[in-house]
Write a protein that binds this ligand. Structure first.
Ligand SMILES: Cc1cc2nc3c(=O)[nH]c(=O)nc-3n(C[C@H](O)[C@H](O)[C@H](O)COP(=O)(O)OP(=O)(O)OC[C@H]3O[C@@H](n4cnc5c(N)ncnc54)[C@H](O)[C@@H]3O)c2cc1C
Length: 301
């Protein structure tokens, strides 16, 4: 967990958003959302404390990528490391209320913090009480679930009817209650937020095509690639541009888009560096005794 940053009191006339996004909840949905949001470049704070589904699981055995299973604690620790590695901040604090604010939302927490944020992404499983200021507009659905007291937020790909407020994971009616699908819900809600941000900054056709991946450095670029992208942009993307946009601005947007594609390319050296760094993070998460035992087995071989 990182140290707490200074936040501007929401009542201060100079108050400005402290964060682009605050993610409520550090379970599989919240941490997965944070990875996508931070990689897109949004200042992302995850606040996590309180009731959690995953802590009730004895051993997580059906999350892809962990043959033999993984303890929920180790799983979440890896998720936190990944979110922080991508640039998000993860803090131990509980959200008590979220209220509307000129710059988006103001969040009050159990530790007495007052945080101004442009967006909120709620991924707090059983606890949505802090959203009561929006109760009238937030549709809730009674899910067909044994947990009959629980009301689920009615979302559409993680979007709620409140502008700037998104939700994912167990908290929503889109949830199938499994960790791996809830990770997908968090990612989907984050992608909806990102695509809405791009739609506001450019237009819908640009928002719709956003994806997050890296490729080998030589995959994009070169004369033929530039010609193909220019043609595709003119056919598929430019027709959605605002009518008043002039040709010069349109060309700038096309170049921005190309730069975004080109920035996804990584060299073989960089790929190897990332692969090694990733393996070290995995080793960090393992018990030293297990590593020593394994090394002894390698040495014996
Ligand atoms: C008994 C049991 C066993 C399970 N076993 C499995 C299994 O084996 N395999 C499987 O795939 N799934 C299993 N699940 C389901 C799985 O745990 C959930 O689907 C998944 O954890 C939901 O992810 P989430 O991120 O939506 O919520 P959670 O993982 O519950 O995360 C919610 C987060 O929100 C935080 N939070 C809550 N309120 C606030 C607040 N006000 N402010 C800040 N933070 C807040 C919590 O501390 C937590 O960090 C099990 C569930 C239960 C109940």
């Amino acid at each position: 967990m990182s140290t707490l940053p200074e936040e501007t009191p929401a009542t201060d006339p100079d108050s400005r958003p402290d964060w682009d996004v605050v993610v409520a909840g550090g379970g599989t949905a919240g941490l997965s959302a944070a990875v996508f949001l931070a990689r897109y470049g949004l200042e992302t704070l995850v606040l996590a404390r309180g009731k959690s589904a995953i802590h009730q699981c004895a051993h997580l055995e059906n999350y892809l990528g962990f043959p033999g299973g993984i303890s929920p604690e180790r799983f979440l620790a890896l998720g936190e490391t990944q979110a922080e590695h991508e640039g998000a901040t993860v803090d131990d604090d509980m959200i008590e209320s979220v209220e509307p604010h000129d710059d988006g939302f103001v969040i009050s927490t159990q530790e007495g913090r007052e945080i101004v944020t442009t967006h909120v992404l709620a991924a707090s499983a059983y606890d949505g009480d802090y959203l009561s200021a929006f109760a009238e507009d937030l549709r809730t659905a009674d899910a067909d679930d044994s947990d009959s007291d629980h009301e689920f937020l009615d979302t559409d790909a993680g979007r709620t009817p409140i502008e700037g407020l998104y939700a994912g994971g167990w908290l929503t009616d889109e949830s199938v209650h499994q960790a791996v699908t809830n990770a997908g819900d968090g990612a989907r809600a984050a992608l909806s937020l990102i695509r809405d941000d791009l739609t506001d900054r450019y237009w819908a056709e640009i928002g719709d095509i956003y994806v997050d991946w890296v490729v080998d450095a030589d995959r994009y670029g070169g004369e033929e690639w530039h010609e193909n992208v220019d043609g595709w942009f003119d056919r598929e993307i430019a027709p959605g541009a605002p009518d008043e946009m002039d040709d010069e601005t349109l060309a700038e947007v096309r170049d921005d888009l190309k730069t975004a594609f080109l920035d996804r390319g990584i060299t073989a050296d960089e790929r190897d560096r990332r692969e090694c760094e990733g393996q070290r993070h995995l080793l960090d998460a393992l018990d030293d005794d297990v590593i020593r035992e394994y090394v002894a087995e390698i040495d014996a071989d």
